[in-house]
Design a protein. Structure first.
Ligand code: MEV
Length: 445
């Protein structure tokens, strides 16, 4: 289909947008419309809310919402809300929650909660010392002239912690930054930080134009951009689990020492081999992102930051570590998590409100501890399967239902086929073969 560019698409009504879309891109517009409409919410108010979260909305895109109960974190019981499309992840999470429940649970602590942002600019002058002297002479203005914007945050115990001039001309000739360090309490703080940074760029330009410290030709600066950094290595949380080595394998028939050492080797491989580290950390992010999404936080920011942190030594590595000492197994994660429990969609999205209530309305630091523990739990389950039974056994069982749904099996057919694969790995081709037999009326033996 050849489609002509559309003008003023964003100004069209939702109906007109939908009409343009289905007639230009779909061979069966009625079917496409039915699909879109089947995801509209029946409650018009909720639908309006969703329509207004983003732009050019034509329908909703649902993710399954699952629950992992029995999470003991710092002595408090939680039920984790998880929004994720991948089978096995919630089951693995729940398994891990149960496993650590009678072993003291997860112990988590927030190490620091600082966030940063920069005014990136070009200054072509030559006397750096004078630039720094000028900056010192106006530094207090970055605080005093933004007092109105920071008033509410200061009341909550946050605000601007530090303002610095950074010379980055080692990276790029004439490149400098005003770096701000912020405490944003229970909000993720993106709007707060970006508003301040944009004000700082105006203050900087005004003040430099007036200063007598710099010559006229050294007064010219070019603001490149003002933006918070999603890299927040100082908004850091740690969570750990530990137990006696024999407790690791209780009731499994495995040898505790052998299991612990194999587990340790698996983590070590992820520390030294980036090919494995990426998959290892992906599994951690299965747990983290699903709770991040359910609680209305920005999973792209969390992902970008986590992977940058995993590379901080110059080589991409595991976010978790393990120690075996004096017959004890200790497994922990250290990860930057910049989260909010107020602002954004937290008070708007009904399911986000639900998730936050389910978690007992945590503040941002409590949520950091919960989510770090979710990442650790997920990684523990994945490594336990990988180093013992292999991942496919459990995974394919969960995947079986997806295959059967794709084949549009009836509930009766599903029951028969699930029972058939009770002791067998349900590889796709085999499931299709068995499905055809069941559909054809054949009795399985
Ligand atoms: C699958 O989504 C995640 C795993 O591959 C993680 C891992 O390998 O550690 C199972």
């Amino acid at each position: 289909m050849k489609v002509n560019p559309v003008q003023g698409f964003s100004k069209l009504s939702k109906e007109a947008k939908t009409e343009w879309l289905i007639t230009n891109y779909f061979s069966n517009p009625d079917e496409a419309l039915t699909t879109l409409k089947s995801y509209w919410h029946t409650d018009a108010d909720i639908q309006r809310l969703h329509d207004e979260f983003i732009e050019n909305t034509v329908t909703n895109f649902y993710l399954p919402f699952g629950i992992a109960p029995n999470f003991l974190i710092n002595g408090k019981m939680y039920c984790l809300p998880m929004a994720i499309e991948e089978s096995s992840v919630v089951a693995a999470m729940a398994k891990s929650g149960n496993f650590w429940l009678d072993k003291g649970g997860f112990k988590a602590e927030v190490i620091s909660t600082k966030k940063v942002g920069h005014v990136h600019f070009v200054w072509r002058g030559t006397n750096h010392e004078v630039l720094f002297k000028f900056f010192e002479s106006i530094k207090s203005k970055f605080i005093s002239e933004t007092e109105k914007i920071t008033a509410n945050m200061r009341k909550r115990g946050g605000g601007i912690l530090e303002v610095e001039l950074i010379d980055r001309s080692d990276l790029e000739p004439n490149y400098y930054q005003i770096k701000g360090t912020f405490e944003t309490c229970d909000s993720m703080g993106a709007n707060f930080i970006n508003t301040i940074l944009e004000d700082w760029s105006v203050i900087l330009q005004n003040e430099i134009s007036k200063t007598s410290l710099l010559s006229d030709e050294d007064k010219y600066i070019e603001i490149i951009m003002c933006i918070l950094s999603n890299y927040t290595p100082e908004c850091l949380v740690r969570s750990e689990v530990s137990c006696r080595i024999d407790q690791l394998v209780e009731g499994s028939g495995l040898d505790g020492k052998e299991f612990a050492e194999k587990f340790e080797r698996a983590v070590h491989v992820a520390q030294i081999e980036p090919y494995r580290a990426v998959t290892h950390n992906k599994g951690i992010m299965n747990g983290i992102d699903s709770v991040v999404i359910a609680t209305g936080n920005d999973f792209r920011a969390i992902e970008a930051c986590a992977h940058a942190y995993a590379s901080r030594s110059g080589k991409y590595s595991s976010l978790t570590k393990v120690e075996i000492e004096n017959n004890r197994f200790r497994f922990y994660i250290e990860i930057p998590l910049s989260l909010g429990t107020v602002g954004g969609i937290t008070s708007l999205h009904p399911m986000v409100k639900f998730s936050n209530e389910l978690l007992g309305k945590p503040g941002a630091t409590e949520l950091m501890k919960i989510i770090a523990s979710a990442g650790l739990a997920q990684n523990f389950s994945a490594l336990r399967s990988l180093t013992t039974t292999g991942i496919q056994k459990g995974h394919m069982k969960m995947h079986l239902l997806n295959i059967l749904n794709q084949l549009e099996a009836t509930e009766k057919e599903k029951a028969v086929i699930i029972d058939y694969f009770r002791h067998d790995v349900p590889h796709h081709n085999k499931v299709v073969e068995v499905f055809k037999k069941v559909r054809g009326g054949e009795v399985l033996n």
